[in-house]
Write a protein that binds this ligand. Structure first.
Ligand code: 1GP
Length: 237
């Protein structure tokens, strides 16, 4: 419960959270120490780890290396059920509630449950919603689901509310990694106003103003992946 509790407490205190998303497949190992230093200097409160095609051994090695030097919570953000490592602190147990692919709604979760049961990972059930972002993203391609339309605010709100009613502890509004367009601010606002649980927003945020805008619209935690991957000085600019 520790990590989720912290997220809840931060929401209550209106302290905004920031996760840097690392894709183990894209890590240049020779630069890892430097990357870790940049994370330490950044305002990140969490490190998320995940990607589309990550192998287990790389996952373990990366988390071990991070844990030696960083005290931030390391949270798995898995692209598929093989991306589980008991070296992390917690896992976002995702259900892709914007889509209608049973594998991503419950199938992969059934496969993962017995494995997770054997770990000490904190399980944070998360209603994951993919939002149209100006082009096909990896999540869309891999999950074979359609993202929610950007203008369908009512549908986004109803989906998030259903996710909350189903017992999810977080809602994650996702544009997709490297998205051309970030999640619309009006959608963040509408969803945030209509759920009680904390709201994560990520995908396609490329500058500090974008992070600020998401916070002001009601995001409790913003995820930055590609922008930091491309420029580890991103937070200093
Ligand atoms: C992807 O929301 C995260 O799942 C981060 O997206 O890589 O576009 O920052 P970016």
């Amino acid at each position: 419960m520790a990590i989720y509790k912290q997220i809840l407490q931060s929401k209550e205190a209106n302290q905004k959270l920031l996760a840097i998303l690392l894709d183990p497949d894209k890590i240049i190992w020779a630069n890892l120490d430097c990357l870790i230093e940049k994370i330490k200097q950044s305002p990140a409160t969490h490190v998320f780890i995940g990607g589309s095609h990550v192998q287990n051994n790389i996952l373990d090695d990366l988390i071990k290396a991070l844990k030696q030097k960083i005290s931030l919570p390391v949270v798995l953000f898995p692209g598929n059920p093989s991306q589980i490592s008991d070296k992390a602190d917690a896992i976002l147990f995702l259900s892709l509630i914007s889509g209608r692919n049973p594998d991503y709604l419950i199938g992969h979760q059934v496969d993962a449950a017995p494995i997770l049961k054997k770990t000490k990972l904190e399980i944070i059930s998360t209603g994951y919603m993919l939002i149209e972002s100006g082009g096909e993203t990896a999540v869309e391609r891999i999950s074979k689901t359609k993202p929610l339309e950007r203008l369908k605010l009512d549908l986004a709100v109803a989906t998030a509310q259903a996710g909350e009613m189903l017992g999810n502890k977080l809602i994650y509004l996702e544009g997709g990694s490297g998205a051309k367009q970030a999640v619309p601010l009006e959608m963040i606002q509408e969803v945030a106003q209509n759920i009680e649980i904390p709201l994560i927003v990520g995908g396609g945020i490329t500058n500090l103003q974008g992070i600020q805008n998401a916070y002001e619209s009601g995001a409790d935690l913003v995820v930055i992946g590609t922008a930091f991957e491309n420029d580890s000085d991103f937070f200093n600019t």
